[in-house]
Ligand binder design. Structure first.
Ligand code: PEP
Ligand code: MN
Length: 683
């Protein structure tokens, strides 16, 4: 007879644990089922997803109940945070309408399986949509960016900041340098473990390898390990993978600091958990794509942007005040150097809110008048939580102020009512020492075309002597007849630049094609888009990426609204330094080359914050009419004039009938001065 086995006293207790686990899972399933039903109601009623007050109450009750049952409050909070996050993501997935079923999406990250990036990517992608996602690891951040630009992947997930290590410069640079959009974010809790090949013990360890940042984060643990050398490795998962085989494994004296997932993936045992000095070690990742994917406005969102402010005192404060005034909360600001412009900075800013929401949209329109460059990087669901005492909650969105009028026509605001002048902040454009915009008057003068070095140098001398502050001259000429002089091209650009430098006059010249933009931008201070190109939207879009002011001339048959929409193309690209130019339109009248629409000046001032200049030369087409039209434009409030003048008009190769001679130019300036002075403007 075999004796009855001695009953293990742990058996009944373990049974109880197993039963509790089964119930836990069932209760969780019940909770998430209810969450789904709440989601359906919210979807039908178009209600906001986040009810901060309710989350606050749930958390308070939860912690109270947990403590009453002898559980620790921090533990209870951690568990609830996971449950609430999961609930919110489930509801988000229900109201988000992403691309139809069946498509497999591809996401790139830096590193290999088991890296924190891989885990964050897998977690985020599984929550963003129901589609299968293929994850691909790349060696460097740049390679992820390249794969995204080439369309090898649909998304790229890159770490942008760490709660201990701070900003990740290479990723910020990548976002600045490429036309990428931020479509989501993920915050990943980094939890380092000590992983070793089976058989290795703590006492046999002589080497611990990991990414240098991870080694630094585990300082206390590592200094407690006597006789152990730290070995920096390319990344944490690669350190774990290196122990799969080879000498280190055989020696049995090497371990890696990596994620628990990496340890599992590469067949390693975990000797110790929670190695980092600080309990909280979080990395924030951004999901990048080639196209924006604005989320549903009911989700708590963040919006990211890049901007550059004009170089004057208080410019950054003015820009940030725009957010404060609109009660928009700033979650990150970071300055980025510009390698081509030492000591000038781009600001990388994240705010709470959706760029389509009324208060943020109004703030962004106002921001335009404080910046020389503004690129919207995207609105995306917010996944970071602010600390509010012990509660991890997203703050209640600020109440939207009364809708403000936009300062420039936008597609989202097709027919804005003009706001009273006093409320509008007008944009100024700085070109070297010259300021164009409210309170200033700028005279740009010079020949229609650059014809030779001598001619443009003589013209610059004449312009300087007249008191005008900028030099014009076309190197690429858009001539109505293909047989007419087409300009000197690149040679002309160089002559214009040299003449401008000699007489300290910033230069303006026309750019005709996308291909010419880099050369023109490298030689001239302001790029002009001619009347014939106002509808060349491809050119305008490219000029949106340039960091040089653009004079946009009104098309010969363009309405004021069309001119503003053309300006929007440049502004949308990020270049906010747009100067509008009225140059006459085609009417039934044939007595003048075009009809100068003087009324466009006050009308544009009502509709937009952008500066407006007037070209009386191409409107008149006749030297004798240029001066009276110039005076009328100044009196109407134009921020400046662009006037053709030639040292020897009879020799001009282009537009000779309308070119002022040196005496005319002086006479025009004499007529303008009292008008500008009476308006209290600085010349
Ligand atoms: C010019 O300014 O030289 C010019 C060609 O003007 P527009 O484009 O207004 O005709
Ligand atoms: Mn001309």
């Amino acid at each position: 007879m075999t004796p009855n086995p001695v009953p293990d006293p742990l058996d009944p207790i373990r049974k109880e644990i197993d039963e509790a686990d089964r119930q836990l899972i069932q209760i969780l399933a019940r909770r998430f089922d209810a969450v789904k039903r709440v989601g359906s109601v919210k979807r039908v009623e178009d209600a906001p997803l986040l009810d901060t007050e309710r989350e606050r109450r749930i958390q308070a009750t939860w912690v109270q109940d947990a403590e009453a049952l002898g559980l620790s409050a921090p533990f209870a909070r951690r568990v609830l945070k996971e449950i609430l996050n999961q609930s919110r993501r489930m509801q988000e997935a229900m109201i988000e309408t992403r691309e139809g079923p069946g498509r497999r999406i591809r996401c790139g990250y830096q590193g290999q399986g088991g890296s924190y990036s891989a885990m964050a990517a897998s977690h985020l992608m599984s929550h963003r949509s129901n589609h299968e996602c293929t994850l691909t690891g790349y060696g460097t951040f740049q390679e992820v960016g390249k794969a995204l630009m080439l369309g090898e992947v649909d998304y790229g997930l890159l770490p942008v900041e760490n709660s201990i290590g701070g900003s990740i410069a290479d990723v910020n640079r990548l976002i600045c340098d490429h036309a990428l959009h931020i479509v989501d974010e993920e915050v990943w809790q980094v939890e380092h473990v000590l992983a070793v090949p089976p058989g290795t013990t703590l006492s046999s360890l002589r080497v611990i390898r990991s990414h240098s940042a991870a080694l630094t984060q585990c300082e206390t643990f590592l200094s407690s390990m006597e006789d152990v050398r730290r070995e920096p490795w390319s990344d944490t998962a690669a350190a774990a993978a290196s122990l799969q085989e080879g000498v280190a494994r055989e020696r049995g004296d090497t371990g890696a600091i990596c994620s628990e997932e990496a340890a599992r993936l590469y067949g390693l045992d975990v000797l110790a958990h929670s190695l980092a000095d600080r309990e909280c070690n979080e990395t924030r990742f951004l999901l990048l794509a080639q196209e924006p994917e604005p989320p549903d406005q009911r989700l708590p969102c963040k919006t990211s942007m890049l901007f550059k402010v004009n170089h004057h005192e208080g410019a950054l404060v003015a820009a940030l005040n725009v957010f404060a005034d609109a009660r928009v909360n700033l979650t990150r600001i970071e300055s980025r150097p510009q390698p081509d412009m030492p000591w000038e900075y781009l600001f990388f800013v994240d705010v709470e809110g959706h760029m389509g929401s009324p208060n943020l949209a109004a703030a962004l329109l106002k921001l335009r008048s404080c910046c020389s460059h503004l690129r919207m990087l995207g609105s995306y669901p917010s996944r970071t939580r602010k600390q509010d005492g012990h509660l991890d909650l997203v703050s209640t969105p600020a109440p939207a102020p009364a809708r403000e009028e936009p300062t420039c026509i936008l597609e989202t605001a097709p027919d804005p009512l003009p706001a009273p002048r006093s409320e509008r902040s007008r944009a100024t454009v700085q070109i070297g020492q010259v300021i164009l915009g409210e309170g200033h008057f700028v005279l740009i003068s010079g020949p229609c075309a650059v014809e030779s070095l001598d001619q443009i140098v003589d013209a610059a001398r004449m312009v300087r002597a007249s008191g005008a502050t900028m030099l014009r001259g076309g190197a690429f000429k858009p001539r109505t007849s293909p047989h007419a002089f087409q300009g000197l091209g690149l040679e002309g650009l160089r002559y214009l630049r040299d003449a401008g430098r000699q007489f300290e006059l910033p230069t303006v010249t026309e750019v005709l094609t996308i291909e010419d933009i880099p050369e023109v931008a490298a030689h001239a201070d302001v790029l002009q888009v001619g009347a014939r190109n106002m509808h060349n939207f491809a050119l305008l879009k490219e000029l949106g990426k340039v960091d040089k002011p653009v004079i946009l001339k009104r098309g010969m048959s363009a309405t004021i609204k069309e001119l503003l929409l053309a300006a929007e193309y440049v502004l949308h690209g990020g270049n906010l330094q747009v100067i509008l130019c009225e140059r006459g339109i085609r009417t039934f009248e044939t007595a003048t080359r075009a009809t100068l629409d003087v009324s466009s000046v006050p009308v544009l001032k009502r509709l937009t914050h952008l500066p407006i200049i007037v070209d009386p030369s191409h409107a008149a087409g006749d030297r004798e009419l240029v001066i009276p039209l110039a005076l009328a434009a100044a009196a109407a409030g134009a921020d400046g004039l662009i006037v053709e003048a030639h040292p020897r008009p009879h020799e001009a190769l282009c537009d000779k009938e309308q070119a002022l001679n040196p005496d005319d130019l002086l006479q025009m300036v004499a007529g303008l001065r009292p008008i500008v002075a009476a308006q209290g403007r600085v010349w």
